[in-house]
Ligand binder design. Sequence first.
Ligand code: MIC
Ligand code: SF4
Length: 646
Amino acid sequence: MGFTLTEKILKNHHADGEFKKGSEIGIKIDQTLTQDATGTMAYLEFLAIGVPRVKTERSVAYIDHNTLQSGFENADDHRFIGSAAKKHGIYFSRPGNGICHQVHLERFGVPGKTLIGSDSHTPTGGGIGMLAIGAGGLDVAVAMGGGAYYITYPKVVNVKLSGSLSPWVSAKDIILEVLKRLTVKGGVGKVIEYTGDGVKSLSVPERATITNMGAELGATSSVFPSDEITRQFLRAQKREDDWTELYPDNDAVYDEVIEIDLNELVPLLACPHSPDNIKTAGELSGMRIDQVCIGSCTNSSFMDMMKVAHILKGKTIHPGVSLSIAPGSKQVLNMLAGNGALAAMIDAGARILESACGPCIGMGQSPNSGGISLRTFNRNFEGRSGTKDGQIYLVSPETAAVSAVEGKLTDPRSLGDMPDFPLPGEFVINDNMIEPPVDEAGMAQVEIIRGPNIKPFPVTKPLSGSIDAVCSLKTGDNITTDHIMPAGAKILPLRSNIPAISQYCFTVCDEEFPKRAQSLGESIIVGGANYGQGSSREHAALAPLYLGVKAVLVKSFARIHRSNLINAGILPLTFRNEADYDKISQGDRLVIPGIKTAVEEGRSELVIENKTTREKIDVLCELSGRTKDIILAGGLLDYTRDSFKN
Ligand code: MIC
Ligand code: SF4
């Protein structure tokens, strides 16, 4: 029986745990990345662990999220991250150099290596055959210190691609089709592996669009083989030496197989407010639009931009529409400036933004009230754009550009013949905005710069004997980390200040939550299925921790958020019978007697007593040997600190 590509990479990196499906395994991490919205916390945690120089092959700190800098806070964070990077042997990608995932693919990613990043779209690296996984900041800090990263040995889903895309149908339409079939919960506990004849018709940037948005499936990662096309991409990046050929075995066994004939795909859209709410462009053709935003780590490659420039050339953006374009990296922007494509965009009236996340994370360009915005991004969660009633549709760059010109939703196939958009033989290489690590003597001279808004990691306490707490909030299904810990221009400056940012926790759902939770002292959150989907932000666990949340009881969890809760010392519990969800209301007093002993003894089946209704509820507390010890210690930082001192 042969191995899948995922299993081959896992096998090469296996460091701990039983190597079999469903069990928790530790893997050695070759590379890490952080961005600035999660990075400040990750480096504070790394400093607390106390390892002098990172032990990975390559660790990179990017500045790309908080670039609006409407106050001193983010600029201070950037300086802190820059100094922490220099002090500890980490590459530093300066603001302006581009979005972490785009730059990492261009300049650092290596086929067959493992990468974890404190950002949920880290699986973009799967586009060149890396096993790239999104994680919480603390997990990344531990990996930088040389610690293994733990995942559940995943199921592997084979998406078999055949044929090739029709003109103006795009890689974005492939991943939207996968989302339609699997939904935002369909990838949990799985790696999505792309194979089949159709793979060779897709360039690396197209593959990266697909692996990037695998995050929206809830998947652990997504991966393509590393083939001649990967080699060509790395050669054009002057990194051919980093290439190795990687395929699954011919007789690899997959847990699930999905077949997609690329010839049959049509332009698709994800409608508000979920990436799996899919319709065809044909169905909504003619819909009024107010705004178009092109960019983000999903669709901001040189090739995406060349298509956009081609569509805009010689045209004017429709009077009712605002179009913004953020090329994904300095390399992309440089090349567009060099070949005249940028001039075509400017000429048409596009608002050119810096190479950063920008509108994708609500950093500017919020749409008008009730505005309809087409975006080439990966998430359209309610309120994420910064306009609560904004209607966000996720589309391909082709659909976005043609619709911006027409002033209404337009199927890009109406453009007729499509010219070739080949990968350049050579990208413009200029890494002058990446500061490489310095030697020991240089490191010794660096002083860590901390601004006044940078507050320490919240205090955690070891697990107490029993929990007796009120349900401070009851939520429905598919709660995202954007609900739990909203982002946007107003709140992002507080990412390094947990006491301050906590005051916004869950305010999208319930403005009173932070005050209520704090006045209760200790409390429990109850939720539905796929709780915590979306972003990797550990703030969605650290803010509840700060507000006194002791346990979260839900129908099911999204992977990264569950780990973040454990890392923060918050108990993750699930209903044994989903129907019992109805047996708890907000305000009920819940008691979990003898919880500490139960965790110590490894008992996973527990009973919660609802003292308000006098009902008993069966719950599961599924912890492995390692996560059990983390919970008992009160979180990963306390658990890890001592083992890393050397
Ligand atoms: C996102 O797309 O939601 C983010 C912002 O990139 C997050 C990270 C964060 O919250 O800082 C992610 O995807 O992990
Ligand atoms: Fe940045 Fe948006 Fe990508 Fe997140 S999804 S890394 S905010 S561009």
